[in-house]
Each structure stands twice: as C-alpha cells, then as structure tokens.
Design a protein around this ligand. Structure first.
Ligand code: MN
Length: 416
C-alpha cells in the first residue's frame, strides 16, 4: 500500500513516500544531502540540525557534505533506518515537522530553487556489456550475423574499466569529442570532431559496501554491497571507437563523458519490482549461479529533443532484458580478488530489448545509419547532432505503485 504524505504528491510522480532517494544539492554554493518527495526537495542536513533524526544515531554533520560516500558507508542498517524515519516524518498523520512552520521552511525547497550535483565521489567506474540483444545487434552489424555473440559472451559478464573523472550529473552539457577516425575506404586516419556521436541507454549501480583486496563477493551477498541505482547515459563516439578498440577495447570513444540522473534510488525501494532474468543457457559456472531472482522490472525511455523544442521518443526498453544481473556482475568483478570501494559505479551496458523500438543506442535504432529516424521538423537523425538534448527516463510501475528515477538530461554542444 502506497503511503500517504502531508506533502502534495501527484499520482504519476516518481517520488512518492515509498521511494525516498538520496542526492546532493546546493543553494548559493553550499552542498549538502537531500531526498525528494513529490516535487519538493528535502534538506536532510536541516532535518538533522532540527533534532528530528536523534533516534537514528547518525554522526554529526553526516549530511553537511559534498557527497553521500560517508553516509552510504554507514551501512544499510543505518541508511534504511534513515529512510524509515523520513517516511515517518512525512506521513500524513505526523505533525513533528508539518506543524512546525519555521523548521518546515528550513527543510523544504522547490526544485527550481536548487542545483543538483554528483551524488557520490566515484572512485572507479566499470561498464558491462550485459544485454544479449545489444551484443547480438552489434555483433551482427560489425562481424557476422551467424556468429554475432563472441564465444565468451554466454559464460562471462563481459566488461571494461571506464573513466570515473568524466561522469557528470544531469544538466551538464557535453561537448562533441574530437579524435582520430578512419573511413573504411581511406588509407590513413584523420583528426577532427566525431561525426557519429551516440548515446547508450544504461543503468548503473552504486557500491555501498566494499571488499578487501584479495577477497570476493558472492552472488548471494552481492545485493548487500549495492546501495542503489541511477540512470546512466554512456556517451559514445562510434567512429573513434571503431578505429581504436582493437586490441584493448574502448578508450577515447567513451571516456569524454557519461551522464547520470541525480537521485540514487535504493535497492530497498526497488524490491517490489524484482523480476526474473532471461533463462541462461548454457548453464553458468557455479560462482555465477543465482538461487533467486536478481533482476528488476524498470521501464526505460530515451528521447531526443531538438533545439526548436520538438521531441521524439526513440526507445522504450526495460532493465529486465539484462541477461547478466548486477549480482552476477559484482560476483564476477571480484572473483579474482579485485577490491570494490564505496561509491564505485558499475554500469549495465546498453540495454536493448527484442524489438527495434526497444533498442538502446542510435547505432542500433538507425542500424549503422541505414534507417534514419524522422524528426517532426523534417530533419532526420542517424546519430546525435549539435544542439540536440538527450533525455533518459526510468520508472517502475506495478499494482498502482510507482517508483521512478526522474531523468538524466544532457545537451550536446559543438566541439571545442
Ligand atoms: Mn556502455
């Protein structure tokens, strides 16, 4: 049953009282932690200063920080108690804050009054490649339709180490990257702005509990190490990527930027939307076996907005299409003893569904540029143009209950 609040929450809102995400905001440059309820931003530092978290046993100034890393590191027992206390404070029958006007004015902000920031300091970032449909589409386009998946793909959650420094929050524009590309019929490469700039519709999880170097995290324990999730747009320059990726994989075609949604949605909020993974055939090795469902039913959308204001939804996908679960990704990532740290981010890889309207990148949607998308203004898109804004949304809906991620919104500016 969806909980009711004394704050107004529109019925189709992503941020009802069952959600209680965590983020970092600022007013006049002062960064601190917040949650969001409906279209109100809730200053958690102000709640603590008012003494309303006294039963939660939080360290002083835990929310008066630039990132959530220290709060997340307190562990799920404490972060869950914090969520439960916030739900209690904002329940329709609780007057502790509702009836205290001066404290209420300190705590509540309109979204238009604040600026959102990176919610965590990301130490390390890994990108997986876990959608079978995406891997099959890319293999079909660039290699061989009859052997689209490489021999390792059904046995290993394939991934690569990405670049943490260029992960930015929603609203931060991205400049078109420059680099080396080589046309198929050219003898030598040339240097210049990428002509094949693409998005990748992904989700990422935030590590909430690390492991010591030399130890591993099991599939069963993995979700205890995951604090929550964000929407992740893994910007990709296909022409740079194509020329550089052999033999060591993605590099400058990827590390110029990735964009995330500002609110971390906790695994506890997502629990009602747990779902089965696609059947894994052949059977995986024992260290990757799952004894319960580790997937989640999260609806995903990618939208292109033009500078004139036209907007076209180019993809309707779902996180549940993922062949490899987050639990398997984390177990595989650490099976060799690799240590994870609080705040590390692991992205899913492009999440494509079975039909063309559910493909998660322009590379697939336009099928290497052979099937352009018509825009309302008469132009067409094979890839992303300067001035375009790419918006990604994610939400769960079941039995009248909705939990959402909001959006990640990024405008593409011309090359510098
Ligand atoms: Mn990616």
């Amino acid at each position: 049953m969806t909980k009711l609040s004394w704050l107004e929450i529109p019925s189709d809102n992503d941020f009802g009282l069952d959600n209680i995400p965590f983020g970092i905001f600022s007013v006049k440059g002062h960064k601190r932690a917040a949650t969001r309820i409906g279209d109100s931003l809730v200053d958690l530092n102000a709640i603590q200063k008012a003494g309303l978290f006294s039963d939660v046993n939080l360290p002083e100034d835990i929310f008066n920080q630039d990132t959530l890393n220290d709060f997340i590191a307190l562990g799920k027992a404490t972060t869950n108690r914090t969520r439960a206390r916030i739900q209690e404070l904002f329940s329709y029958d609780n007057g502790e804050l509702r009836d205290n006007e001066s404290e209420r004015l300190n705590v509540l902000w309109g979204l238009y009054e604040v600026e959102m920031h990176m919610p965590v300091k990301v130490g390390d970032y890994t990108d997986f490649y876990s959608s079978r449909e995406h891997a099959t589409n890319v293999g079909t386009m660039f290699r061989d339709p009859n052997n689209a998946l490489l021999p390792n793909w059904l046995h290993i959650p394939v991934g690569y180490h990405g670049r943490a420094s260029s992960i930015v929050v929603s609203g931060t524009p991205i400049h078109r990257p420059k680099g080396q590309t080589k046309a198929d019929d050219a003898e030598v490469p040339t240097y210049g702005p990428s002509r094949l700039l693409d998005f990748e519709l992904e989700m990422a999880f935030v590590v909430g509990k690390g492991n010591e170097l030399g130890t591993s995290i099991s599939v069963e324990d993995a979700e205890d190490h995951i604090f929550g999730m964000v929407i992740f747009n893994d910007w990709s320059a296909r022409d740079i990527q194509k020329w550089e990726y052999v033999p060591l994989g993605p590099f400058l075609g990827k590390n110029f930027g990735s964009s995330i949604s500002p609110w971390i949605i906790t695994m506890e909020a997502l629990e009602p939307f747990r779902a089965a993974s696609p059947k894994q055939e052949p059977a995986v090795l024992p260290y990757l076996e799952m004894k319960k469902d580790h997937n989640f039913d999260i609806k995903l959308q990618a939208i292109i907005e033009t500078e004139k204001g036209d907007s076209v939804t180019v993809s309707n996908s779902n996180f549940k299409y993922m062949y490899w679960s987050m639990a398997q990704q984390l177990a595989h990532h650490t099976v060799n003893g690799c240590n994870m740290n609080v705040g590390d981010m692991c992205a899913s890889g492009t999440i494509s569904g079975p039909t063309p309207d559910s493909y998660g990148s322009m590379l697939e949607i336009s099928w290497k540029g052979t099937k352009p998308v018509a825009m309302p203004d008469g132009t067409e898109r094979k890839f992303i143009l300067d001035g375009d804004t790419v918006v990604m949304k994610a939400f769960c809906e079941k039995d009248g209950k909705r939990i959402g991620f909001g959006e990640v919104r990024t405008k593409v500016l011309p090359a510098k």
